[in-house]
Design a protein around this ligand. Structure first.
Ligand code: UD1
Ligand code: CA
Length: 501
């Protein structure tokens, strides 16, 4: 956009995004419907960037504030222009150009609802238009089912005569299968002139941009047709069914590109990758996975099956199995899952581990740190090689504020402990299993925070006589062993020394 300062831009892009899209039956305007990482409008703007315009105008109308807010987010350099009443595509472009009196050169107009359009196609359209010297050039495509679309009507010499909307077309014209994709390049001076002459004498009583072609042709200006190499690029989405069909086409395009780039996508039909995602060669994406937003996956990492990653970075050689992750950073060779939930601010160092049924939020795990089973880790820093026992809860919320917990390098937290933040477990410290820790444990100490075990002899015989337990106890005291054939009693070492301290 810097060129704007010194001179009038030589190309202008106008995106038409004022319509409601009634057939979507949605509270969200059509151009804001999402599709694999961008809105429909976002996809069109991304393709339009290939026109290298000095100025981009987006015509907004239906739910204008919402569309403008989105535009400010994705393309702050673009200028929104309000079309208060949607009186047709010609009316929309007229209003857009009134807001750009200094514009000159080529103007590229794009419907806001063609998400599959590729930058290469826009570039080719503009090049063809400027090389031919035509006053106007339309992107056209040959389709099997042209219903609902404007048809390209050619004369006996094959020159474009006019574009006719289906509802205004004769039966012979309706039989034509060459359609108007809604993407155009114009000479700005000629376009301005023709827009001033548009009538509303049609079935919808609107000013049709498409009528510019007939007007220019009728007074002897050259108008041209640029045929798209792949008609699918020109498909518009008018309802949720079309949106779903286009989403499938885009999914396949994205997956094909990554497969060609050396990524293994094991089941492309169940793998949905946003256009914004980046993958390295030799990453493996297993079935039924969704990679969204600013997600990146490194070489040799395995993601899935059944995994959703949103804005998540996965390091080389990491494994993420059956997980849901939002805003996390998973280090190289780290392992996550199955059934884990990583929330924003979670970072895992090299070879760190988040195991099954673990939820982590704003938690930093050092290299080789492990939270292997059934834990909640919130607002915590866990040092390298520390081990957090099964079922440990980092109680970060005291009902009013969130507090942080720190676990030092190579510390060991016994199973089923609660660490009540703010609290610090020092480097190399141990916490006895089943502790409810409220005070810091200094480096190398064992923290024990639980009631001491008391064994009451003869309790079962007195209080539960006649039960299977009492029978088993009696047999055991006679040295007869148990019914199951196991000796019972357990391994005293598994209890640890902690209870006696
Ligand atoms: C339009 C074309 C049709 C073409 C088709 C391709 C016209 C008259 N017809 O038809 O030849 O085959 O696109 O998809 O142009 N919009 C505004 N303001 C308005 C009206 C529309 O901004 O007053 C915007 C819409 O938001 C949309 C785009 O223009 O992004 C196209 O409008 P839409 O109503 O979908 O046009 P179609 O009937 O599909
Ligand atoms: Ca349309």
């Amino acid at each position: 956009m810097e060129s704007r300062v010194s001179q009038a831009p030589s190309r202008t892009v106008v995106v038409l995004a004022a319509g409601e899209g009634k057939r979507m039956k949605s509270a969200t305007p059509k151009v804001l419907q999402p599709m694999l990482g961008r809105t429909l409008l976002g996809h069109v703007l991304a393709a339009a960037a290939a026109a290298e315009a000095g100025r981009t105008i987006v015509v907004v109308g239906h739910k204008a504030e919402q569309v403008e807010a989105h535009l400010a987010e994705i393309e702050p350099g673009a200028v929104p222009v309000l079309q208060a009443e949607q009186n047709g595509t010609g009316h929309a472009v007229r209003i857009a150009l009134e807001a750009a009196p200094d514009a000159a050169g080529t103007v590229v107009v794009l419907n806001g609802d063609v998400p599959l359009l590729r930058p290469e196609t826009v570039e080719a359209l503009v090049a063809a238009h400027e090389q031919s010297g035509a006053g106007a050039t339309v992107l056209a495509a040959e389709v099997a089912d042209p219903s609902g679309l404007g048809r390209i009507v050619r004369d006996a010499n094959g020159h474009l005569e006019r574009i006719v909307e289906e509802r205004d077309a004769s039966p012979q014209e309706r039989a034509l299968r060459e359609i108007n994709a809604g993407i155009y390049a114009f000479d700005l001076g000629l376009l301005r002139e023709a827009l001033g002459k548009l009538s509303t004498d049609n079935d919808q009583g609107e000013e049709y941009l498409t009528d510019v072609f007939g007007l220019l042709a009728s007074v002897g200006h050259q108008v041209a047709v640029h045929v798209a190499g792949d008609f699918r690029e020109t498909l518009g989405a008018n309802d949720k069914l079309e949106l779903a069909l286009l989403r499938v086409l885009l999914r396949d395009r994205v997956n094909s590109a990554w497969l060609r780039a050396g990524v293994s996508i094991l089941d492309p039909q169940t793998t949905w990758i946003d256009v914004t995602v980046e993958l390295e060669a030799d990453a493996v994406i297993d079935q039924n996975s969704q990679l969204q937003g600013a997600t990146r996956v490194g070489a040799g990492a395995v993601v899935g099956p059944d995994t959703t990653l949103v804005d998540t970075v996965v390091g080389a050689g990491a494994t993420v199995l059956r997980a849901h992750s939002v805003g996390a950073e998973i280090g190289p060779e780290a392992t996550v899952g199955p059934y884990s939930y990583l929330r924003p601010g979670t970072t895992l160092g090299r070879k760190a581990k988040i195991g099954g049924f673990v939820e982590a939020k704003n938690a930093e795990l050092g290299d080789g740190a492990k939270v292997p089973h059934l834990s909640y880790v919130g607002d915590a820093r866990i040092g390298a090689k520390a081990n957090i026992g099964a079922g440990t809860i980092f109680a970060n919320y005291d009902g009013v504020a969130k507090n942080r917990t720190t676990v030092g390098e190579a510390a060991f937290v016994g199973s089923d402990s609660v660490l009540m933040a703010p609290v610090e477990i020092g480097p190399g410290a141990y916490v006895a299993a089943g502790s409810a820790v409220t005070k810091d444990v200094p480096p190398g100490h064992l923290g024990v925070a639980r009631g001491q075990q008391r064994n009451i002899p003869g309790w079962v015989e007195r209080k539960r006589s006649g039960t299977a337990s009492a029978d088993a106890a009696a047999r055991a005291s006679r040295g007869e062993g148990s019914d199951s054939g196991h000796s019972g009693g357990g391994d005293p070492a598994a209890e640890g020394d902690t209870a006696r301290d």
